[in-house]
Design a protein around this ligand. Structure first.
Ligand code: M6R
Length: 606
């Protein structure tokens, strides 16, 4: 849940090293620091605060040297203090380390090292590693051996990187579960928690697998197995992301930029080769039971998939939250799971995949980040190609995942003969027209949505309501609202109201309805009943509706009227409007939109 980076070069690296943790800041942002080697010494500067703040306080970019490591932290073990920030020195300051994840046996190691006289400067689990390396080096002065013997002593999910005054031209790094990659440049090489650490410098990368370590020089690198020290042959791949896609491009926040990226990322999702979609569809078709698995937003993405599979392919694919998967899934070699993950590094989802694999179930994934763990773990992966998503809250990535799932659903439905060629063509046309529809709606509706947000930030409790596929859309939209505004928003199916929630309704409770187009007669009627139920008890009702929906117009206290669209894409257009609503509400409330408090972009720990 932190960002690690490192550079070894023939030139001064401090500015680039700083820039690289700036690009990783979405992984954690409560403190940061750099350690840079020069002239027989490691200079280490760190402090609490966001990356730019710490740079002002500590002048990180003014460090001088050609070898260094850096870290941006999201605290787990030990509070947010300067001492607990990374990098950490060994006692003799000859080694500096950074660490992401958890050394689960650190307490035992700490007691052992303390008894031997090592003094700890921090409350972190990470610091033990620096002392372990110092101790091992004292016994046998070889940095690689000391690094590996320390790796053999630590347990847990982690990634770590180290520099030492005894090897002034080399970076050492290793990983187990938590992500780590190498970036290969000219006369300089990089390491990073993900490709954003070095995307502005190189697009050539290598992924480290669990149980591997790397020794990285400015011209070359070696990757070895921690257990055997044997050198490994690794795939070098090219990153197809555009650096521009990681910049704000004139928008005031990444969230807003990423919302406005959606016409483009939808096109990208539609460009994924039909063969890839078909391959996943056939896997699902051949399985006895397929689970759709994700967590947080990707759980809601999976729920959308569940509704569409039932509706179009007449198949039940249960959506399960990754963290609950092992408690509920019935697995065998005839079953499969299809996971969804933006980062491809989410701990809960990785554990769910491992669980399925232990039953020889087939695994598939839709993933955004190339080279990420999940993309490598599964039998079949679809890379969604949405470009870097920097804002901690997921918008464009989740949206594309829904589009890709919908394509898979249509393929399964076609293979199973539940869709005629004409219907299939009609649905694809709706999808192909959708990017332009989104573009127009974003431009036309932003002002209205901003106005709705500006006048409603005094409301601290929301119910977001929908039925059918609009239910998971309401859930996802409520999560967006919670994440960026810190206000309470509860996503719910309209039918739940009369089974308990109506007791809460009075004039202080506001609801936002995701109203389907009137030609979706059953869903529309059920939604209207719920609106009436709330109105009858004095509650205030807001809603997203489509043109021509006079009944809803008469009932709603505040509405956003969207152009008529194909029923297939209608829920998604409303979801985009809800993203904007969350964004503008957070803007009015002056929240830290791209980096909401207490959250991190990839949740790589248990
Ligand atoms: O990287 P993943 O898609 O696997 O992440 C899953 C969740 O942690 C993520 O969707 C989280 O809920 C976001 N903060 C949503 O905006």
């Amino acid at each position: 849940m932190c960002g690690i980076s490192g550079i070894v070069s023939s030139e001064n690296i401090a500015k680039d090293l700083f820039s690289s943790i700036r690009n990783l800041e979405y992984r954690g942002y409560d403190s940061c620091g750099l350690a840079v080697y020069a002239e027989g010494k490691i200079q280490l500067r760190k402090n609490t605060g966001e990356v730019d703040e710490v740079n002002k306080k500590e002048r990180l970019t003014q460090l001088v040297g050609n070898l260094g490591i850096a870290h941006t932290r999201w605290a787990t073990h030990g509070g947010v203090t300067k001492e607990n920030s990374h990098p950490h020195f060994s006692a003799n300051m000859e080694f500096a380390i950074v660490h992401n994840g958890i050394f689960s046996n650190y307490q035992k190691l700490k007691s052992e090292l303390s008894a031997e006289g090592f003094e700890f400067r921090s409350m972190t689990d990470s610091e033990v590693f620096a002392h372990l390396v110092e101790r091992a080096y004292a016994q046998s002065p070889n940095v690689e051996n000391a690094f590996v013997s320390s790796l053999l002593q630590v347990e847990g999910a982690f990634a770590t990187a180290m520099i030492s005054i005894h090897e002034p031209d080399l970076l050492f790094c290793a990983k187990n579960v938590s992500p780590l990659m190498l970036g290969l440049g000219e006369s300089r090489n990089f390491i990073g928690s993900d490709i954003n650490a070095f995307l502005e410098f190189t697009k050539t990368a290598v992924t480290l697998d669990d149980g591997e370590y790397a020794i990285v020089g400015k011209q070359d690198y070696r990757i070895k197995d921690v257990a055997t020290k044997e050198e490994k042959e690794k795939n070098v791949f090219t990153i197809h992301w555009d650096v521009e896609s990681t910049k704000k491009g004139g928008y005031s926040h990444y969230m807003l930029k990423e919302i406005f990226d959606q016409p483009f990322t939808t096109k990208q999702a539609l460009k994924i080769e039909k063969e890839e979609i078909e391959k996943m569809a056939k896997m699902i078709q051949q399985s006895q039971l397929c689970y759709l698995v994700g967590v947080g937003t990707t759980f809601y993405v999976s729920m959308v998939g569940q509704y569409f599979f039932a509706q179009f392919a007449k198949r039940h694919l249960p959506a399960v939250s990754s963290d609950e998967f092992k408690d509920i899934a019935i697995l065998s070699d005839k079953n499969m799971m299809l996971t969804v993950s933006q980062s491809g590094e989410t701990y809960d989802t990785k554990m769910a995949i491992n669980f399925a694999k232990s039953f020889q179930s087939k695994t598939g994934a839709i993933v955004n980040v190339m080279g990420s763990a999940i993309s490598m773990m599964v039998d079949n992966v679809i890379m969604q190609g949405s470009g870097a998503e920097i804002c901690v809250v997921s918008t464009k990535a989740a949206f594309s995942q829904m589009m890709i799932l919908l394509r898979i659903v249509l393929e399964v439905a076609r293979l199973d003969n539940h869709l005629s060629e004409d219907q299939y063509k009609e649905y694809y046309t709706a999808l192909e027209d959708f990017p332009d529809v989104i573009e127009t709606a974003l431009n036309e509706q932003s002002g209205f949505i901003r106005n709705m947000a500006d006048t409603s930030v005094k409301i601290h409790n929301w119910l977001f309501l929908g039925c059918g596929v609009y239910f998971p859309v309401a859930m996802e939209s409520a999560l967006k609202m919670k994440e960026v505004t810190y206000l309470h928003a509860e996503g719910m199916a309209t039918g739940f109201l009369k089974h308990g929630t109506l007791a809460m309704i009075d004039e202080s409770l506001y609801s936002l309805f995701f109203v389907p187009p009137p030609d979706q007669i059953d869903l529309h009627e059920r939604t209207l009943i719920a609106i009436e139920e709330i109105k009858a008890r004095g509650g205030k009702v807001y809603g997203f509706i489509f043109e021509g929906d006079e009944k809803s117009e008469q009932l709603l206290d505040h509405l956003i009227r969207l152009p008529k669209v194909h029923f297939l894409v209608a829920p998604f257009l409303e979801m985009i409007m809800a993203q904007l609503f969350a964004y503008y509400s957070a803007l009015k409330l002056n929240r830290n939109i791209d980096k909401p408090r207490n959250l991190a972009k990839s949740v790589t720990v248990a």
